[in-house]
Design a protein. Structure first.
Length: 395
């Protein structure tokens, strides 16, 4: 065995370049024993170092220079801002060790947003902050949030939504997501979806007759608008604005914080404030990517997702709830420029139809058969659990 001294040429251990004086037999034996013991100690140290390196090196080598995160809209939406905040928190809290980059506008799915779940599960995408709607074709339980007027008809729709996410039904939804092969980190929120169009104010189901309404590629959304007498057109978000500009469709439905940044008001002058379905987002990660992180970094990433989710939820609700969102954002020092959406929409020339309870009921009654049909598809146990969760906070 050889060791290297001071970066120079190797020298043999236990050998000497000068002639030793003759020693009595007993003393020479003791010297040899000491050399053997010294050799054993050196070998033990070298083995320990080798084992340490072989165990430690892969843990660091497994971390990528960049992790890709998928979202559908632009970075200027509440959704995009919530995703960016997550990546900022992870980078800061990991001391720059974990770098996640947001890819907006469905770049990672080449515009096909309903393929997003499969691409994440298969490892083509590392992280995502995705709409429950876009994952619903693969995880049918996520259609719970898109049942027509299911949450909107509650006394306080935001309390009802939070009760679902934090209750038994929320746990069932998370279990369903993870059973399909994706690691769940936290909930965010895109918001309640409102209807905009270029033709007229819509206050009754009759006003929707034969109107071409762009919807996401979900069978449930097609069923809802057909029940209302409209002509739903399945279209990816990446194609929607050009279709609206060219008059291919008459209307669309999305949360205000999603359609305002793309200047929908330049083409649609009418909005119906009906909150008919809600669109939570999910912070998720590919399971193999998740397992590559140390336990400490997993905890860091999970907490960053929770914190970013709270921020996104507040952005989606500011100016639309009882003021809770504004107070939370104020505590972070991150209050956005627009805090009163109804005032802002009016200023840019949109006419907002705020429906009365009676007017909302007419839409709910029309879509009630769709809700019952999808109750069974989603799972009666899950829907019942959600009803119980909402009832618990409605008292």
């Amino acid at each position: 065995m050889a060791a290297r001294r001071g970066g120079g040429h190797p020298v043999k251990l236990g050998m000497h370049s000068v002639k030793e004086p003759a020693l009595p037999e007993k003393k020479r034996s003791n010297s040899n024993n000491e050399e053997v013991e010294g050799m054993k100690k050196i070998i033990a140290v070298l083995v320990a170092v080798t084992v340490f390196c072989s165990v430690s090196a892969p843990a660091f080598a497994a971390y990528k220079d960049e992790y890709k995160l998928d979202i559908v809209p632009s970075l200027t939406t509440a959704w995009g801002m919530g995703a960016s905040y997550f990546t900022d928190l992870v980078r800061e809290r990991s001391g720059g060790k974990i770098n996640i980059k947001v890819y907006p506008s469905s770049q990672l799915t080449t515009g096909k947003q309903t393929n997003a779940f499969l691409l994440l599960r298969n490892g083509a995408i590392d992280f995502a902050v995705q709409s429950s709607i876009n994952y619903s074709p693969q995880v049918i339980e996520l259609n719970l949030f898109a049942l027509p007027f299911f949450v909107a008809n509650q006394p306080d729709r935001y309390k009802a939504l939070d009760a679902i996410k934090e209750g038994k039904s929320g746990k069932l939804v998370i279990e369903a997501v993870e059973a399909k092969g994706v690691k769940f980190l936290a909930f965010g929120e895109n918001g309640f979806r409102e209807l905009t169009n270029s033709r007229k104010s819509i206050r009754t189901p009759d006003d929707l007759q034969n109107m071409k309404i762009r919807v996401v590629g979900s069978p449930l959304f097609l069923d809802i608008f057909r029940a209302l007498g409209a002509n739903p057109v399945n279209m990816n978000w990446s194609d929607t604005m050009s279709a609206i500009q060219q008059g291919v469709v008459d209307g669309q439905e999305n949360p205000i914080s999603t359609f305002y940044p793309v200047q929908m008001h330049d083409y649609h002058k009418f909005m119906t404030d009906w909150h008919y379905v809600v669109d939570p987002t999910l912070y998720v990660v590919n399971p193999a990517v998740w397992k590559s992180f140390s336990a400490e970094d997993q905890k860091l990433i999970q907490q960053a997702a929770v914190d970013a989710g709270k921020y996104m939820i507040a952005l989606a609700r500011i100016g639309l709830d009882d003021g809770t969102a504004h107070k939370y954002l104020e505590s972070l020092g991150m209050v956005p420029e627009i805090t009163d959406w109804y005032k802002q929409l009016k200023e840019v020339g949109m006419e907002v139809a705020i429906l009365t309870p009676e007017e909302t009921k007419a839409f709910a009654d029309k879509t009630a058969p769709v809700l019952e049909q999808w109750r069974e598809k989603i799972g009666a146990e899950l829907v019942k659990a959600a009803e119980e969760d909402m009832a618990a906070v409605a008292k």
